[in-house]
Ligand binder design. Structure first.
Ligand SMILES: *Cc1c(COP(=O)(O)O)cnc(C)c1O
Length: 384
């Protein structure tokens, strides 16, 4: 089947990003590749292959369906950890498949113990601590009950990890809050250790914490956005750039290129409106190219009269509204063109580049959101 656009995912860029991240953490700290949100839009199956080839042996997902995708894509003895959603009835199967998961409340803890008893194998759990993010995690007041249950069920639980998540390490306005979280986490962990409850690994850091708070590195870091070649925020790069080996030079490389092609051409006379409504009136005679990509493909409606694409290495602005399946772009400044010619929606062509950030900023989306909204149906191909 033909699709109207294609995504290319660069294995070389990923390997380079991982290499850079490894220079920022101790050699004993493991990297878990966070592949939630269809691997930030890159495709779970493709990313597992790329990551394992780059030496990654640990994957973090949000949900059990993502964990199963990793499980069927992996070719190495990689560990899989679910940080969020799973259904109680799946627990026995997940334990049998050796899939690890977060436990952040007593309800899930009890279900894990029951399931472990049922299948006759310990559940591999990561105990999540509430330190100030206020989404999930055990509170300080839960400690006595938590200690009792963990001790009573020692044989049914493999304590793989103790963890938390920081509330916005990517912006310095939140750094006071993050520092408080670091302290509360340490206290919680100490309380368990005083009761001789130990965990195989401590892990708390996402990309921004890994890059900006070395004291959070511990045994493992959970890296998403940076491994895909993006800074969590522009500020993260600003705060960090003076410490880089090549000062001020961005060491991260984008993996993703998004391509489509020209479907058709249209000449529009001065004074005519283009597309639905009155949002664009031709200020002069125009030559337009129609590209078969629209908001149903993840090319946001808010790029109407805002977005740009590359054709023949030249920027071509989006004219009028982004439709469900198509956009019009101005190619009046190009001399010759042919149907089927390559159109770059994200990526390089010639000297020029459409960055996800420029794309995301004009559409008021951060990188994370724009990437994870790329529909899973668009074919993804691994390239060097
Ligand atoms: C998404 C996520 C991460 C990774 O965050 P990045 O900013 O993309 O590195 C780490 N930990 C948890 C719990 C997450 O949900």
């Amino acid at each position: 089947m033909h699709h109207t656009s294609r995504l290319e995912v660069s294995a070389g860029a990923y390997a380079q990003n991982i290499e850079f991240l490894r220079t920022r953490i101790p050699p004993t700290t493991q990297i878990s590749a966070v592949v939630k949100g269809n691997a930030y839009g890159h495709g779970i199956t493709q990313m597992v292959e790329i990551a394992e080839n780059a030496g990654i042996r640990h994957f973090s997902t949000f949900s059990s369906d993502e964990a199963r995708k990793v499980n069927s894509a992996k070719k190495q003895e990689s560990e899989i950890m679910i940080m969020g959603m799973l259904y109680p009835e799946e627990l026995p199967e997940l334990i049998v498949q050796d899939i690890q998961f977060y436990v952040f409340d007593f309800c899930r803890l009890e279900l894990a113990i029951q399931a472990a008893k049922m299948v006759g194998r310990p559940a591999k759990i990561h105990v999540e601590v509430e330190t100030g993010f206020h989404r999930t995690g055990f509170e300080n007041s839960d400690l006595p009950q938590l200690i009792r249950i963990l001790k009573e069920n020692e044989v049914h639980l493999a304590l793989k990890g103790i963890c938390t998540h920081y509330a916005g390490a990517e912006s310095s306005v939140n750094h006071e809050r993050v520092r408080g979280q670091i302290i509360r986490f340490r206290e919680f962990k100490n309380s368990l250790e005083r009761e001789e409850i130990y965990f195989e690994r401590t892990h708390t850091a996402c990309s921004a914490a890994t890059l900006l708070f070395p004291e959070t590195h511990a045994d493992m870091v959970r890296i998403g956005i940076a491994s895909y070649g993006f800074w969590p925020t522009q500020e993260t790069f600003s705060l960090l750039k003076h410490t880089l080996e090549k000062e001020n030079q961005n060491p991260l490389r984008r993996l993703l290129t998004w391509k489509s092609e020209i479907m058709s051409f249209k000449k529009v006379a001065k004074g005519e409106f283009v597309g639905y409504g009155l949002s664009f009136c031709a200020p002069r005679d125009l030559n337009l190219a129609i590209v078969p990509i629209g908001y149903s493909h993840g090319y946001g409606r808010n790029l109407s009269n805002q977005g740009q694409v590359l054709i023949q290495g030249q920027f071509c602005p989006v004219i009028g509204t982004v439709n469900m399946n198509a956009i019009a772009v101005d190619i009046s400044h190009l001399n010759e063109y042919t149907p089927g010619e390559e159109v770059i929606l994200i990526g390089n062509q010639g000297e020029n580049e459409i960055t996800v950030a420029s794309f995301a900023e004009t559409s008021h989306l951060v990188n994370y959101e724009m990437l994870s909204r790329l529909p899973s149906e668009i074919p993804r191909k691994v390239v060097d």
